[in-house]
Ligand binder design. Structure first.
Ligand code: SAH
Length: 408
């Protein structure tokens, strides 16, 4: 396409593109030919004018171009967008047997940078957080509805991220009827209400699907091995995902802690939805609206003991500058948790900070193990579900990591 504006890179700055990393930072750009608008398709060329990629231009963003394709012949147009969306949706088809909540599009990993689409039953919840996908919004939504056979689309784009891209705040109904206050989904046999209007992100932490099941499997294994039901502590429980999975699997008790009263209200409703609010287990679910850092200390003072502890905190580091402080916070909660853990018990510890990589996270947790004066086996390294893949050429996309430790 001879008419497309061209972004010329500085010498040497083509290297990451040749490795198919889709992000071009502002400081890599030497010059722009033509006057591309926000989200306009541009050709990216090296200093020698060699073609490198087609991408979307974001003049106000530190990520100046997000690349769509690295093949000159594959000029992104409506048919191309439709095909990418159809591929992304098809790739997840098998997951629907496990859950009604599935991430259908995960930005860069699906080579649709800036677009996130979560399916809850027959409702799609989207986040449109890059100028390029905003410019192609209508054809992308057409393609999504066609590929998923869903007709309702609700927008939960993050206003701050849109602002950085020079976009007006999104939000609200994009297609079909407004979503109900609660959408009910079943995940690995456990039922959850999801508030897609006001919940965190798009309403539910879909990425933890398989880890919630792992917690349930661990509980069942414990019962078989020890002939008694384990006591569970779930820190940063949100709407009770791990708590309810563990309770349904036969935990003796589950103490759940979160600082959000709204999340806990929905967690209580989720317990009821799963029949956990009546019968012998009625007293076994405890929801505590508290700060986890303080609650872990107070549990220690009470000499509380647990067989399974889950730590799934919010992102402690949003960039490299915050890594040190985040490391201290991770160490703190992991150390406090390990001090409450019985021998033979397990700690499932997560970090969703992209800036803290898997190696560093393991070192931090190992430091907590040393300070706690205990021995632990590393039983498994954990990550997000299959609908949150990482593109090998874009490791920045890998954010969720976890460790399953068993205290010896
Ligand atoms: N494990 C959950 C998701 C956790 S998201 C699931 O499977 O659904 C992180 C949660 O931590 C949010 O619900 C947020 O309200 C809570 N949170 C953040 N900071 C906190 C703090 N200092 N103390 C307690 N909860 C906190």
């Amino acid at each position: 396409m001879g008419t497309a504006a061209t972004v010329l890179l500085k010498r040497g700055k083509e290297r990451s593109l040749l490795r198919r990393n889709p992000w071009i930072y502002a400081n890599a750009v030497a010059r722009v030919e033509g006057a591309p608008g926000n989200g306009t398709l541009v050709a990216v060329r090296g200093e020698d004018r060699r073609f490198l990629a087609w991408g979307a231009y974001s003049p106000g963003s530190a990520i100046r171009v997000r690349c769509w394709s690295f093949e000159e012949a594959a000029l992104p147009d409506e048919a191309w967008m439709t095909a990418r969306v159809a591929q992304a949706v098809a790739r997840r088809a098998a997951l629907r047997a496990h859950s009604a909540a599935v991430r259908l599009v995960f930005g860069e990993a699906d080579r649709l940078p800036g677009l996130v689409v979560d399916r809850y039953g027959d409702t799609l919840v989207v986040q449109i957080q890059a100028a390029g996908v905003d410019a192609w919004r209508e054809p992308l939504l057409d393609a999504l509805c066609a590929a998923s056979a869903c007709s309702q689309v609700f927008d939960r784009s993050d206003a701050a991220l849109r602002e950085r891209e020079g976009l007006a705040p999104g939000g609200g109904v994009l297609r079909g009827a407004p979503p109900p206050a609660r959408i009910d989904i079943r995940e690995h046999g456990v039922d959850f209400h999801v508030d897609v209007r006001r919940g965190h992100k798009t309403g539910f932490y879909i990425d933890q699907r398989d880890n919630r099941r792992l917690a349930a499997d661990w509980v069942r294994g414990f019962v078989r091995a020890h002939g008694r039901a384990p006591r569970v502590l779930n820190c940063f429980c949100y709407t009770g995902g791990f708590s309810i999975a563990a309770a349904r699997a036969g935990a003796a008790s589950v103490v759940s802690v979160d600082s959000s009263a709204d999340a806990l209200a929905l967690a209580g409703a989720n317990a009821a939805l799963n029949g956990l609010d009546a019968g012998p287990s009625a007293g076994a679910l405890h929801w505590r609206c508290a700060d986890v850092f303080a609650e872990l200390r107070s549990l220690r003072e009470q000499d509380a003991r647990f067989d399974l502890i889950i730590l799934d905190p919010p992102k402690f580091a949003t960039n490299q500058h915050q890594v040190e402080r985040a490391a201290r916070a991770y160490k703190d909660i992991n150390l406090s948790a390990l001090r409450l853990l019985e021998p033979g018990g397990a700690l499932m510890s997560f970090s969703c900070s992209g800036a803290v990589d898997a190696d560093l996270f393991q070192k931090i947790v190992a430091g907590a193990v040393v300070d706690a004066g205990v021995d632990c086996h590393l039983q498994a390294r954990l990550g997000a579900g299959a609908d949150h893949p990482t593109l090998v050429t874009h490791p920045e996309g890998e954010y969720l990591k976890g460790l399953l430790l068993e205290r010896v």
